[in-house]
Write a protein that binds this ligand. Structure first.
Ligand code: DGL
Length: 259
């Protein structure tokens, strides 16, 4: 069997990345860990996020993964340097897409919706400094959104109200690009489209992560040989229902695991 691609997130959000990866790399086996019992990571200390990221990585390595995608902005911005320097496999991370947003904006005002853990990280600040020169980056913590998505309440009134409250001040300040800086947030797209006026560009990094994964596998001679139907295995340490609904892939194997 071809060694799988390992993917982890604090919960179900990273499946938005898994979808892009499965689309771009249709012959690859994947193993996904949803650490929902410990979500949200965004409210935890850097040390706790690092500890959880190590735990997830070691489980994926024990399952034979050839590469690990840290499908979580919070874990990437707080732990990827450590992971890269301690484990002998390639890691792919995800960060808020400041660079394309800075390129795209006409008003020079870019909104970033992300967790507290991401917005307070030095990696996020360094990226903003590097790519957003002359641009005002309007930072907004999405406190409470991850919990609502984990509970399957995407279309609820509570979610709509919370999102409107977060977006209103950024709109008042003339934001014309909104960066989704958390892998859970692409699932809010239908609600975002209802709230945001036309002409606001929404940017997320899912496709770029899949492209980067393909390039790194190619460079390291790790691409699958393309034989057979891929196997997609999902483990969660919480209930399987929300995860199953979001991935919407009948052939995927979804089960509980205590990790
Ligand atoms: N999906 C995670 C991210 O991209 C959510 C973090 C959290 O659990 O707070 O940041």
């Amino acid at each position: 069997m071809t060694r799988p691609i390992g993917i982890f997130d604090s919960g179900v959000g990273g499946t938005s990345i898994w979808k892009e990866v499965a689309k771009m790399l249709p012959y690859e086996n994947t193993i996904y860990l949803a650490d929902s019992a410990n979500a949200p990571y965004g409210e935890k200390s850097k040390e706790e996020i690092l500890h959880l990221s190590i735990k997830n990585t070691e489980l994926l390595l024990n399952k034979g993964c050839k590469i690990v995608i840290v499908a979580c902005n919070t874990a990437t911005t707080n732990a990827i340097d450590y992971l890269r320097s301690h484990y002998d496999i390639p890691f792919i991370g995800i960060e808020p897409a400041i660079k394309p947003a800075a390129f795209h904006t006409k008003t020079k005002k870019v909104g970033v919706l992300a967790t507290k853990g991401t917005l307070s990280s030095s990696l996020f600040h360094n990226t903003s400094k590097l790519f957003a020169e002359g641009i005002t980056v309007l930072e907004q913590e999405g406190k409470g959104l991850v919990e609502l998505i984990e509970a399957g309440k995407i279309q609820s009134e509570e979610t709509k109200k919370l999102l409107s409250d977060f977006l209103e001040p950024m709109l008042e300040q003339q934001m014309d690009c909104l960066v989704l800086g958390c892998t859970h947030y692409p699932y809010l797209m239908p609600v975002l489209k209802d709230i945001l006026p036309k002409g606001i560009t929404i940017i997320d990094s899912g496709e770029a992560v899949a492209r980067q994964t393909k390039a790194v596998l190619e460079r390291n001679g790790l691409l699958s040989d393309g034989n057979g139907k891929p196997e997609h295995i999902f483990y969660t340490n919480a209930t399987v229902e929300v995860l199953k609904n979001l991935i919407d892939c009948p052939s995927a194997q979804v089960s509980n695991l205590d990790f």
